[in-house]
Write a protein that binds this ligand. Structure first.
Ligand code: NAD
Length: 275
């Protein structure tokens, strides 16, 4: 049975499934098994990165699933030490080789790493790579407003999305507003707060109210906010659970209850200084 998909149209015309699988901190073998299982369950979007060290496993899982390549939306990222014009092109070729694919659907600059001052050159390489067809869409991750504005003003090319840390304890209202003004989509990383949001009493109350799990409530919250979301799990039952969120809705009160959980609390590094 084909499960329903929510898709979002990006500014370059490509479509991205709104809900995908993240594989940070999964070994090659875990990534292989998780990607295969997720694709069999109906996921069509996988988020990896060169630095995760599991691109081979991701590619293997995609092939083992038997799902045609063109039906899967695959993202990888350029790590900080590969930033720069030529090095970005080499890094993408290396990723394509590990994944054993001809193209990725989305390539992201993983971090702006402003002290390296190379993200504009990296972006120019990515614009070329998109023209060459090795990458369908290009975007960024962990960019603050000033990084985004510089990228756009120096190249005239907007990223299709910015993948940022976003969960109930770090709701990023200002960045979301800025993205909306720029017509750049927001993608949430660590959407479950790396699991930390799952035992909050307010989330558990909503789970009881909807006869859903805490993880399903939070994934649904991201979807309701129009965010693109990539919860990570390597456990089959959780991969399935995180995807089964299309048969209920949160109402305005539920959203308000979750909105007050914001604490501007980062779990990851600060993009302004991380290098
Ligand atoms: P997450 O918020 O998705 O949480 C994952 C953890 O939550 C799992 O390891 C597991 O412990 C728990 N979990 C998942 N599903 C569960 C369920 N149904 N029930 C109970 N527990 C469950 O954290 P994440 O992995 O940090 O983020 C998701 C993805 O975002 C990553 O895998 C990666 O693809 C991406 N990411 C990107 C960046 C970046 O800099 N661009 C940084 C971090 C993560």
């Amino acid at each position: 049975m084909i499960k329903p998909q929510l898709n979002i149209q990006l500014s370059d015309g490509q479509r991205i499934p709104q809900l995908g699988l993240g594989v940070w901190q999964a070994s090659q073998d875990q990534a292989r098994a998780a990607v295969r299982f997720a694709l069999e369950e109906g996921y069509r979007h996988v988020d990896t990165a060169a630095i995760y060290g599991n691109e081979e496993g991701v590619g293997q899982g995609m092939r083992e699933s038997g799902i045609p390549r063109e039906q899967v939306f695959l993202t990888t990222k350029v790590w900080n030490d590969a930033q720069g014009f030529e090095t970005t092109k080499q890094a993408l070729d290396a990723s394509l080789g590990r994944l054993q694919v001809d193209y990725v659907d989305l390539l992201l600059i993983h971090w702006p790493a402003p002290s390296r001052d190379l993200y504009v050159d990296t972006w120019k390489a990515m614009i070329d790579l998109q023209r060459q067809g090795k990458v369908r869409s290009i975007g960024v991750s962990n960019f603050n407003q000033d990084h985004l504005e510089r990228l756009i003003s120096e190249t005239g090319v907007k990223p299709v999305l910015n993948q940022i840390e976003l969960h109930p304890f770090l709701q990023q209202e200002e960045m979301r507003q800025h993205h909306q003004e720029l017509k750049v989509h927001t993608q949430s990383w660590s959407p479950l707060g790396q699991g930390s949001a799952l035992d909050h009493p307010a989330v558990l109350d909503l789970a009881r109210k909807h006869s859903k799990t805490a993880a399903q409530i939070i994934v649904r919250w991201h979807l309701e906010l129009g965010l693109i979301v990539i919860p990570k799990s390597v456990t089959p039952s959780r991969i399935r659970e995180n995807f089964n969120v299309l048969d209920f809705k949160l109402d305005a009160l539920d959203i308000a209850i979750l909105t007050v959980l914001n604490a501007d609390k980062r779990l990851g590094p600060d993009p302004a200084s991380f290098a």
